[in-house]
Design a protein around this ligand. Structure first.
Ligand code: 13P
Length: 325
C-alpha cells in the first residue's frame, strides 16, 4: 500500500469522516458576525479551538481541514492545530485553493485559483504537519450553465492541484461542487453532476493522478433550492449513487460528501440511505462543514458559558454521521 493510499484510507474508513473547518477569513468572519461575534483573528482562533477540543471527536472524525490562518495559529495549550490534532489521532488537512474567481468570457461562472506557487506551499504545509489537502471547484446550474469552458477550466485545475499534492506527499481531496443554488430539478442536477465527474476523471487520468491516493468530495444529487421539488431521502440517495456508479472508478478508496447547504439532519439521512442501496466499491462518508459545525456555532454565539453546550451540539452531529455510516 502506498503512503498516499494509506492516508486516503485512514480518512474514509472505520466509520469516521472529515470535518471541514477551512472557511476562508471572509466566510468565517461573516458566519461569526451572523451569531453576534466580532470577526477578529482571535475569535476565529477561539472558535476553531472549540471545534477541535470537542470531547471524543476522534471517534467520529478522521481528519480536520484547516484554513491557512488556523494552520499557523496555536491553541491555548501552546500546540499548533496540526500538532494537537496529531496527538488526538486526527489527520490535519489544509485548504490550498485561493478561491473561486470570475472566469474570463463566462459571466456568472467561476474558476478556482491557487496553482501558482502551489508546489512550494505544499512542501511548507507538509513540514507543518499536513497530510492531506483540499481544493474546491464550484459549478453552477442555470440557463446555458455550466458552460463547457467552465467545466473544463475547473477540472483541469483540480487535476493539476491533485498532481502537485501527490508529488509533494499530500492526499488531495478533489472537490467539484455542483451548487444547489437555482430552480433546476433533481434530474438536471444528476445530469450535470454525472457529466462533471466524467470530465474530472478524464482529466485526472490525463494528469496521471494516482486514483487510489485521492478522496473525492462531491455534492449529493439534490434539486435546486428554489425548485420546489421535495424528493424523498431514497430518491436523493439513489440519484447520487447512480451518478457515482456511472463515473467513479473503484480504485478511488473513498467518497466524502460536502453538505452544500442541506440541513444537518437531512444530510445525515441521505448519507445513511446511500449505505443501504447497493454493494458499493468505495467507502461513502462525510466531509461536512455547515452540517457538522452549524449547530455548534449557533449554540456558542461567542459566550464562554455556552462552550460545553456548543461542543455537545457538534458531538451530536459527529456521532449521528458516524452512525449513518
Ligand atoms: P459544506 O459541508 O458546508 O458544504 O462545506 C464543505 C466544504 O468543505 C466546502 O468546501
Amino acid at each position: 500500500m502506498s503512503a498516499l493510499n494509506k492516508i486516503a484510507r485512514t480518512l474514509v474508513s472505520n466509520r469516521r469522516g472529515i470535518l471541514a473547518a477551512d472557511e476562508s477569513i471572509g466566510t468565517m468572519s461573516s458566519r461569526l458576525e451572523k451569531v453576534g461575534v466580532e470577526p477578529t483573528e482571535e475569535n476565529r482562533r477561539v472558535y476553531r479551538e472549540l471545534i477541535v477540543t470537542t470531547p471524543q471527536l476522534a471517534e467520529s472524525v478522521s481528519g480536520v481541514i484547516l484554513a491557512d490562518e488556523t494552520f499557523h495559529q496555536k491553541l491555548a495549550n501552546g500546540r499548533t492545530f496540526p500538532e494537537y490534532l496529531d496527538e488526538l489521532g486526527i489527520l490535519a488537512g489544509i485548504k490550498v485553493d485561493t478561491g473561486a474567481k470570475p472566469l474570463a468570457g463566462a459571466p456568472d461562472e467561476k474558476v478556482t485559483e491557487g496553482l501558482d506557487g502551489l508546489r512550494e506551499r505544499v512542501a511548507a504545509y507538509v513540514r507543518g504537519g499536513a497530510t492531506f489537502a483540499k481544493w474546491r471547484a464550484v459549478i453552477t446550474i442555470g440557463d446555458n450553465r455550466p458552460s463547457a469552458r467552465a467545466v473544463r477550466a475547473n477540472v483541469h485545475a483540480l487535476a493539476r492541484y491533485a498532481g502537485l499534492c501527490q508529488e509533494g506527499g499530500l492526499v488531495p481531496i478533489v472537490e467539484p461542487e455542483v451548487l444547489m443554488d437555482g430552480s433546476h430539478s433533481l434530474a438536471r442536477c444528476q445530469e450535470v453532476t454525472t457529466s462533471v465527474l466524467e470530465s474530472l476523471f478524464e482529466e485526472l487520468d490525463l494528469m496521471q493522478v494516482q486514483l487510489d491516493g485521492i478522496v473525492l468530495k462531491p455534492n449529493m444529487v439534490v434539486p435546486g433550492s428554489d425548485s420546489g421539488e421535495r424528493p424523498t431521502v431514497t430518491d436523493v440517495a439513489r440519484a447520487t449513487v447512480d451518478a457515482l456508479h456511472a463515473t467513479v472508478p473503484p480504485s478511488v478508496p473513498g467518497i466524502a460528501f460536502l453538505s452544500g447547504g442541506q440541513s444537518p439532519e437531512l444530510a445525515t439521512q441521505h448519507l445513511a440511505a446511500m449505505q443501504k442501496l447497493d454493494p458499493l466499491p468505495w467507502e461513502l462518508t462525510y466531509s461536512f462543514g455547515r452540517a457538522l459545525v452549524g449547530p455548534a456555532l449557533e449554540t456558542w454565539r461567542g459566550d464562554e458559558g455556552n462552550w460545553a453546550a456548543a461542543q455537545q451540539a457538534l458531538s451530536e452531529r459527529a456521532v449521528a454521521n458516524a452512525a449513518a455510516r
